[in-house]
Design a protein around this ligand. Structure first.
Ligand SMILES: C[S@@+](CC[C@H](N)C(=O)[O-])C[C@H]1O[C@@H](n2cnc3c(N)ncnc32)[C@H](O)[C@@H]1O
Length: 212
């Protein structure tokens, strides 16, 4: 019998050619994309359902998840995506030229925590997707809470943190500081006084919260 994840993948993971090309190009073992196509489709769906026009993504890599979101972005919409590794920022910009023509996607180079304060002037934002260094998730959430519009979405990826949020175990892969940041992130977003929110049982865990 198939697993639930396999069944969902087989039915819903149609990867458009543009996204397939980006995945194929990210073949350096250091640059592996951890978002499967069905999670990309989920991001596209969330952009489409929320009507988001002004989006921030923290953690660009090769532009795979941004390009999924761009598939639902209206022509007058914009995605600001933050990446601190110049090589990855270059690759992402190339991918946006090749696979997201006509969409406005701006790569902000440098440490996200250095760039976010200036980005606030472009807000408030309709959707903020957090997918970078786990140890900073609580800081990213501080910024997101201050800069998402009322009714906007805050989304975090990898929020099971390799299941450490369940086991409370740390090790080489998960440091204590990252685990503490992720516990804080999920706990704060689970607050029904501030959010309508859920944690989705995707492969890596995705926390989705609508700001009340
Ligand atoms: C998981 S990958 C992002 C994947 C991407 N969202 C996707 O699904 O296609 C995380 C990215 O965040 C970047 N990153 C890590 N720490 C960062 C920081 N402090 N500031 C900006 N970018 C950072 C990494 O270089 C990496 O490219």
């Amino acid at each position: 019998m198939k697993t639930r994840q396999q069944y969902i993948h087989d039915l819903f993971a149609h990867e458009p050619a543009a996204l397939r090309a980006i995945r194929a190009a990210m073949n350096d073992p250091d640059d592996q994309i951890s978002v499967p196509p069905e999670d990309g489709r989920l991001l596209q769906l969330l952009v489409s359902m929320s009507g988001a026009k002004k989006i921030v993504e923290i953690g660009t890599l090769g532009g795979y998840s941004s390009t999924w979101m761009a598939q639902a972005l209206p022509d007058d919409g914009v995605i600001y995506t933050l990446e601190h590794e110049p090589r990855r920022a270059d690759i992402a910009e190339k991918h946006f030229r090749e696979h997201a023509a006509g969409k406005q996607i701006e790569v902000l180079r440098g440490r996200a925590l250095d760039n976010l304060p200036a980005l606030s002037s472009k807000g408030p934002f309709d959707l903020i997707f957090i997918d970078a260094d786990k140890v900073s998730y609580a800081h990213y959430l501080d910024w997101a809470e201050a800069n998402v519009k009322q009714g906007g979405l805050i989304i975090g990826d990898n929020t099971f943190l390799f299941d450490s949020v369940l086991s409370n175990e740390t090790g080489d892969r998960v440091r204590e500081t990252a685990l503490a940041a992720m516990q804080d992130f999920n706990t704060r977003l689970s607050n029904p006084a501030k959010y309508i929110s859920v944690m989705l049982n995707t492969g890596q865990g995705m926390t989705v919260a609508k700001r009340l």
